[in-house]
Write a protein that binds this ligand. Structure first.
Ligand code: NI
Length: 169
């Protein structure tokens, strides 16, 4: 097991579109283990492989406080979305930034589990938001890119300033 380094926005590698997993093998299972450890250590509630610079369609999510409800989504696809939800989001790749994002309120998704078996689920609330946020990562999109251009500029300025302050400290 290993904690993997997380890419930070606006790293260009976060724009990479992930490829579907062709076989759920030992390599994918090891990746999932490392991603879960990385997410729990951060701590965060979701992590896409893109964020650890692995460009395969793998997502881990755990909304529990006890860290024992790990949901693993391999090759996730949203089949249906309904309603509108506006919730504040954050991201391990954009530390310290929280903004309201418009998403579907409910989603139906299909994916492969760790045994490579096809599964589906319906989600609402935070889980629905989280699934949409993580699938965005696999498509090379960070949540701030769903905000207005002005907000994106402000966020980039804030991140640049923070990096600058750190260099001078
Ligand atoms: Ni994220």
């Amino acid at each position: 097991m290993a904690i993997l380094p997380i890419l930070h926005y606006p790293d260009a590698r976060l724009k990479t579109v992930a490829k579907p997993v062709t076989r759920v093998d030992a390599g994918i299972r090891a990746l999932v283990t490392d991603m879960a450890e990385t997410m729990y250590a951060a701590p965060g509630i979701g992590l896409a492989a893109t964020q650890v610079d692995v460009h395969q369609q793998v997502v881990v999510i755990d909304l529990s406080e006890t860290h024992d409800q790990l949901l693993i989504l391999i090759n996730p696809r949203i089949l249906a979305r309904d309603g509108l939800s506006v919730q504040e989001e954050g991201c391990l790749s954009v530390p310290g930034i929280y903004e309201k994002v418009e998403r579907a309120a409910t989603v139906r998704a299909e994916y492969l589990d760790l045994e490579g078996k096809a599964q589906s689920l319906e989600a609402e609330g935070l889980l629905a938001v989280c699934i949409q946020h993580e699938i965005d990562h696999l498509q090379g999109k960070v949540f701030v890119e769903r905000l207005s251009r002005l907000k994106q500029m402000r966020i980039r300025d804030k991140i640049a300033k923070k990096a600058n302050d750190k260099d001078q400290a």
